[in-house]
Design a protein around this ligand. Sequence first.
Ligand code: PLP
Length: 390
Amino acid sequence: MQRVYLDNNATTPLLPEVFEAMHPYFLEKFGNASSIHQQGQQARAAVEQARESVAALLGCRAAEIVFTSGGTEGDNLGVFGIAGAGDHVITSTIEHHAVLNACKRLEQLGCEVTYVPVNAEALIDPLAVAAAIRPNTRLISIMMANNETGVVQPVAEIGKIAQERGVLFHTDAVQAAGKIPVNVKEIGCQLLSISGHKIHGPQGTGALYVRRGTLLKPLFYGGRHERSRRAGTENLPGLVGLGRAADIAREWLAEGGDKKMAAMRDRFEKTILGCVERTRVNSGSASRTPNTSNIIFDCIEGEALVIALDLKGVSVSTGAACSSGAIEPSHVLTAMGLTPDEARASIRFSLGKQSTEEDLSFVLERVPETVTRLRELSPVWKAEVRSASC
Ligand code: PLP
C-alpha cells in the first residue's frame, strides 16, 4: 500500500545522500577522532568538516559548535550549563519538554523560573520577557519555532533585550534549523540547539552553538572532547551525516526551497479548509515554518483521526502526548487559549524535503471522507448538527 509521511516534525527520513556520506564511516573509516594514528586523523578530519558545515548553517565559527546526541541534550546543556540554585530563569509555556522539564528540575534545585505566556496566535511578547527580568536572571530560554504549530517567535527582539539587560539567551532552534534561515548573530543568542533528525540527518545527533567566551558547565564528566564541553567519543558516522544534512539544508534554503514548500503547504491547507467544514488553522496568521500546518477539525477526536488516516496510508500526528493512559490535551494549544476539546481535535501535518504535490493530493483525497465518517459517529457532532437545524 502507498504511504505518505506527513509527520516530519517528529522525525525526517534520512536523505540518500546523507546515508551515502555516512556509510564508509561505519566500515573502513571507523577511527576514533582522538587517536593519533591515520584512522584517528581521518576521523578527526571528518568530525571537523562536519563542524564547519553545521557552523555554516548557523552563521558561526566552527569552534563555537558543540556536538551533542540531539535536541534534548542540547537544550539540557544550554539550560543546566548556565543556571543553577539561586538563579532566575525565564522561559515560555509553549517550550518543548526538553526545555520545560529541564526548567522544572531547575526549580527543584532551588532556581526560580518564570514561564511567560503566549497570545492566541502562540506568540511570545518580547516586552513580557523584558518585564520578567530580575537582578538575578541568569538565562532566557525561548524557542525559535514551535514543534506543534510551527509559529516562529520574535527571537531577534528577545535577543536584543537580553543583550541590553546582560542576560544570557538560549534558543531551541530544533524546529527552525533547515526550514528557515537561522543566524546566531542576527538572533543575538549565546546558545542555540539543533537536532540532526529534524533536518534529514541521523537520529541521535545534534549540536549546541555556544558563543565564544560563554562559560558552560558540562553535563558529563570524562575526556576533554568538544573542548571539555561534552565528554565522550564522537559519534563519527552520525556527525558526518549531520554535516552533510546541514550542507543540504543550506543549499535548499539558498535555492528558495522554503518558499516553494510554504506555497505547497498553503495550497494544501486552503484545500482542506475549503472542503471540510468547521476547520481552522491554529495560529494561521502568525509567521510559521514553511512545513507545518496544525488544523482543528471540530467535534473530532484527534487520536481517532490519526489512527483512521494511518489505516489509509497517511502518517500524521496530534499535538497530544499520551501519559498514563489518558490523552492529555497539548500544553501548547491550551496555552494559546484552546479548550481541551479543541486541542484534542487538532492534527499536525508536517512536510519534509521528500514531500511532493502527489503526496499532498493522496492525503487530500483521504482527509475529508475520513473526517465525515468520524463525525457521523460522533454524538457531539450529531447534537450540534441537530441544534443548528432547529
Ligand atoms: N526541541 C524541539 C522544539 C523539538 O521539536 C524536539 C523534538 O521533537 C526536541 C527539542 C528534542 O529533540 P531530540 O528528539 O533530538 O532530542
